[in-house]
Design a protein around this ligand. Structure first.
Ligand code: NAG
Ligand code: NAG
Ligand code: NAG
Length: 639
C-alpha cells in the first residue's frame, strides 16, 4: 500500500496557521475569555457550568456560577468565593473582559503576590481576604483606581512590607480591611471621611495618624502602635538626637574594640599560655548557655575571618556536593547542643542538604599529617548505621567535623526528654531495631578498625542518632586517637568503665560495657546520671546505677513504662535485659566480647509467635525472677 504524504512544507504551514489563529478564535467573546481565565486555576470544579457556547449573563441574571451581571448583560464582576481555588490568576486575560468592575477571590487557597491590577478598568471593589497571598504590595498598586475603588479587603493573608501609600489616595474608599497580615512600618494617613478601616494584628508601629483617630480601637489591636484612639505615645527622642546617640555609641564601640585588640595582642605575646587556658574555659561556659543563633554566627565569622581568612574544608567523601567554609558561615544555623567536646550547629546550606558542624577544641593529640590521615580513614567508612563524616576543617587549636544531619535527633532525647502527650514514645519494636542497628554499626567498626584500641570509645544514647525511619546512626565514633588524652579520660564514656576507673586501662571489651549501659538505659528508660556526670569531683560510679536497676527494680516492673507494644515481646525483652547485664559485667574476663554480644543481639526475634513465652507473661514479680533463674545467669555488680 502506498500512502500519500503531504510535502513537509505544507504540513508546516498548516500547523503554523492553526497555531497563530487559535488565540484569535478563542478570545473573541467574553465567554471564551473567561474560559481561558478559568484554565489558569486549579481545582475549579465549582465552575463546571461555565460553557463557551452560552453567554455568562442574560440581562442582569447570571447564567454562570460566580459571575456578577449588569443590566445590559455584561460581566460586571467575579465573585469566586469559598471554592477551594488555587493556581495563578490569569489577570491579562481577565482584564480583557473590560466590563469588570469588581473582583472577589475571598476564602480560597491562592498564594503568591497580589494579582497585578494595572490592566483593569476602573475597579470599584477588590476582595482577596482569606487566602495565602504574600509579599510586599507596591506603593502604587492602587494608583489607577483613585476615583473608583471603594472597598479593599485583603485581610487574613500573609502580605508584608508597608501599607501601600496609594490606598490613601483612593477618594471613594469606604471599607479597608488589612487585618491579620504581616504589614509593618507606620500607618500612612487616611483622610477619607466615612472610611471604616481595620489594621489589627499586623506588625505596625509608630503613632496612629490624625485621619484614623475616630476608628474603633480594636482596628489597631495586635500592633505596636500608640496614640488616639489607643493610649498616648510616650514622648520619643527626636530623630536627630537618636542619630547622635547612635553615632557616639558606635564610636565608643569602635574605640573599645581597637583597645581590646591592642591589649589582647600585647598580652598574647607576654603570657601566651595562661591567656589561652582562660579563654577556653570562658567560651565553654558561655556555650553551655545555648547562645542565640546570631551570636554564634557572629562568633563563627569573627573566629574564622580573623584567624586565617576562611581556611579550607577538606572533604573525605567523594559522593557529596562540595561547599566552602564561607558557605557554612553564610548558612543559617541552629544550635543543636553543647556536647562534651564542644558545641554543634545545624547549618542549612543554600544549595544542598542540612549538615551538622561540630566544633572540637581539644583535638590536638596528633599532628596535622596524622590528623588528616585519621580523618581520611573515618571518611572511608561506609555503613548504614554510621553517621558519615563528610568533611573537616583543621586549625591548630580548633577542628570542625562536618557530618550529615539526622532528622529525628538523638536516642537520648527520645528516651529522656518529656514529650507532648500526643507524641508516641519509642515502642519495643523500634527499640529492638535500634539496638540491632547499634550492634551492626559496632561490628562494622570492629572489623574495619582492628588497630584502634577503642574502635568506638564514646558510645552513649546521645551519640546514637535516628533517621526518619528510626534507624540508628552512630556518631562521634573512633575519635580516641585524636582527642587530647586528658580530655578524653575526663569526658569519654569508655573511660567511665570499671576497668579504667579501677585499673586505669581500657580494653577492646570496654565498648561492650558501654553497649551494656546503653541497653539497660533503653530498656528501663532510666538515665545513667552518675556516669555522665562530668568533672573529677563527682565519682563516676555507674556500678551503683546498674545496681539500682537490678536490685531495687528487679522485683517490680523493670521496663520503661513508656515502652509500648511489649505485650508479645516480654520474652525477648528479658533476653535483651540479660544481654545488657552480661555486657556490664565488671570482671573483664567474664564479660562477653563484642562478637558474642552482637551475636546474642542478632538472635533476638522481632516477632515472638514462633515460640511460646506465655509462661513469662507478666504476673507481678513471678516472671522476672523466673527468667533470671533459668540457665546459669550470673551477674556481679561489685566484684
Ligand atoms: C464565543 O466564541 C466561541 C469561539 O471562539 C464560540 O464557539 C462560542 O459560541 C461563542 N460564544 C458565544 C456565547 O457567543
Ligand atoms: C432582556 O434583554 C432583552 C434584549 O436583549 C430585552 O428584550 C428584554 O426585555 C430584557 N428583559 C428584561 C427582563 O429586562
Ligand atoms: C471558606 O470556604 C470553605 C470552603 O472552601 C467553607 O467551608 C468555609 O466556611 C468558608 N469560610 C468562610 C469564613 O467563609
Amino acid at each position: 500500500m502506498v500512502c500519500y504524504r503531504p510535502p513537509y512544507w505544507l504540513t508546516f504551514i498548516f500547523i503554523h496557521v492553526l497555531l497563530t489563529s487559535l488565540p484569535f478564535l478563542s478570545a473573541q467573546n467574553d465567554s471564551a475569555r473567561l474560559i481561558t481565565f478559568r484554565s489558569s486555576l486549579t481545582n475549579f470544579g465549582a465552575l463546571n457550568n461555565w460553557d463557551v457556547q452560552v453567554p455568562p449573563c442574560k440581562n442582569d441574571t447570571q447564567i454562570w456560577t460566580g459571575i456578577l451581571c449588569d443590566k445590559n448583560g455584561n460581566v460586571f464582576g467575579l465573585q469566586l468565593e469559598n471554592m477551594g481555588l488555587s493556581g495563578t490568576i490569569d489577570v491579562d486575560t481577565l482584564a480583557e473582559v473590560t466590563s469588570i468592575r469588581t473582583l472577589s477571590f475571598m476564602n480560597n487557597s491562592f498564594e503568591g503576590s497580589m494579582p497585578n491590577l494595572a490592566k483593569f478598568g476602573p475597579l470599584r471593589g477588590l476582595f482577596l481576604s482569606n487566602n495565602r497571598f504574600s509579599g510586599d504590595i507596591g506603593a502604587d498598586a492602587f494608583k489607577l483606581f483613585s476615583s473608583s475603588l471603594k472597598k479593599v479587603e485583603l485581610a487574613n493573608n500573609e502580605f508584608t512590607g508597608n501599607i501601600p501609600a496609594s490606598l490613601t489616595q483612593l477618594s471613594p474608599l469606604t471599607d479597608l480591611q488589612l487585618q491579620n497580615n504581616k504589614f509593618d512600618g507606620e500607618i500612612p494617613d487616611f483622610e477619607q471621611t466615612g472610611l471604616k478601616a481595620n489594621f489589627a494584628n499586623n506588625r505596625l508601629d509608630g503613632s496612629i495618624p490624625k485621619g484614623l483617630r475616630s476608628q474603633d480601637p480594636s482596628a489597631f489591636a495586635g500592633n505596636n502602635v500608640c496614640g488616639k484612639p489607643l493610649s498616648p505615645c510616650k514622648k520619643k527622642l527626636s530623630k536627630k538626637i537618636i542619630i547622635i546617640i547612635i553615632a557616639i555609641a558606635s564610636l565608643v564601640a569602635v574605640l573599645a574594640a581597637i583597645m581590646i585588640a591592642l591589649f589582647v595582642r600585647r598580652n598574647r605575646k607576654s603570657r601566651k599560655n595562661t591567656y589561652k587556658d582562660h579563654q577556653v574555659t570562658k567560651t565553654e561556659r558561655k556555650e553551655t548557655k545555648k547562645p542565640h543563633v546570631n551570636e554564634i554566627q557572629m562568633r563563627k565569622e569573627e573566629n574564622y575571618k580573623r584567624t586565617d581568612n576562611g581556611g579550607k574544608l577538606h572533604f573525605v567523601r567523594s559522593d557529596r556536593e562540595r561547599f566552602e567554609l564561607e558557605d557554612l558561615l553564610r548558612a543559617s544555623a541552629d544550635v543543636l547542643g553543647s556536647g562534651s567536646f564542644g558545641s554543634s550547629y545545624k547549618a542549612m546550606l543554600v544549595s544542598g542538604p542540612a549538615v551538622v558542624v561540630k566544633r572540637f577544641k581539644e583535638m590536638s593529640n596528633v599532628g596535622k599529617e596524622d590528623f588528616h590521615a585519621h580523618m581520611r580513614l573515618l571518611g572511608s567508612l561506609e555503613h548504614p548505621n554510621l553517621l558519615p563524616l563528610v568533611a573537616f576543617y583543621y586549625k591548630k587549636d580548633e577542628k570542625l567535623l562536618i557530618t550529615d544531619f539526622a532528622a529525628k535527633g538523638s536516642l537520648a532525647s527520645h528516651l529522656h526528654v518529656k514529650r507532648r502527650p500526643d507524641e508516641p514514645g519509642l515502642d519495643w519494636a523500634i527499640r529492638l531495631k535500634i539496638i540491632k542497628g547499634v550492634a551492626r554499626g559496632l561490628d562494622y567498626l570492629y572489623n574495619e578498625l582492628p588497630r584502634l584500641s577503642l574502635p568506638h570509645g564514646h558510645l552513649k544514647s546521645s551519640n546514637v542518632l535516628l533517621d526518619d525511619d528510626f534507624n540508628p546512626l552512630l556518631a562521634d565514633y573512633s575519635l580516641v586517637p585524636v582527642i587530647n588524652k586528658d580530655h578524653a579520660q575526663h569526658l569519654m564514656v569508655a573511660y567511665k568503665s570499671p576497668e579504667f576507673t579501677q585499673h586505669g586501662r581500657t580494653t577492646k571489651k570496654t565498648d561492650v560495657w558501654c553497649l551494656g549501659i546503653l541497653i539497660l538505659e533503653m530498656l528501663t528508660g532510666k538515665y545513667p546520671a552518675n556516669y555522665l556526670e562530668q568533672g573529677k569531683g563527682g565519682k563516676p560510679d555507674l556500678g551503683t546505677w546498674v545496681n539500682s536497676v537490678v536490685r531495687e527494680e528487679w522485683t517490680g516492673e523493670v521496663f520503661d513504662k513508656e515502652m509500648k507494644g511489649t505485650k508479645n515481646g516480654e520474652g525477648e525483652m528479658l533476653k535483651l535485659l540479660k544481654i545488657g547485664m552480661c555486657c556490664c559485667e565488671w570482671d573483664i574476663a567474664r564479660r562477653w566480647d563484642i562478637k558474642e554480644a552482637i551475636e546474642k543481639i542478632e538472635g533476638l526475634k522481632e516477632r515472638e509467635d514462633e515460640e511460646d513465652y506465655s509462661s513469662y507473661v507478666s504476673e507481678g514479680d513471678a516472671y522476672s525472677s523466673r527468667a533470671m533463674d533459668d540457665d546459669n545467669f550470673s551477674f556481679s555488680v561489685t566484684s
